[in-house]
Ligand binder design. Sequence first.
Ligand code: NI
Length: 189
Amino acid sequence: MARRAIVYCGDPVLARKARRIREIGEDLHELLADMEETMLAADGLGLAAAQVGVPIAAVTIRQGPDVEEVLALINPEIVEAEGEQVGTEACLSLPTLRGIVVRPRRVVVEAFDPTGRPITIEGEGLMARCLAHELDHLAGTLFIDVVRPETLVWVRPDETEEAGYREEATTVEEARAAFERLRQPSEGR
Ligand code: NI
């Protein structure tokens, strides 16, 4: 396993519709293992393959913030969505940004596991949010595209705050520009 570089908002790979996977082989297993390692190292709850630069329909998802058990889903699709939940979201491709996104309260996802077996996952609450967020990535959609714009904030470390950080309001446009600048130094390698 190896950790891979996470690509940031503004990289065209994140806006592409993911290709369906037709063959499960060694390369895919290696990618999934790398995604799991990359996600856990970054303390993320989920990761889509596009976030490590590979625009195919694969995601890794953690069962919860305190759980290291990881689900790897191939060609996942939401087949049922129910209700509504309003909550804060973040993304490893938009580091330190947070905002409120409305998601279904419950989803049912059909996918294939890494051995090629069909699986059905039912998620409620945080798991439903996580599945909806990761499956959005497969359509080329980031949370900044669906966030309630007035709730978008930067989370800045701040020792003087009890929480250890403070929130600073921003706009979708400002945030996109900031990630564009973050992305520039790695261009042209
Ligand atoms: Ni994300």
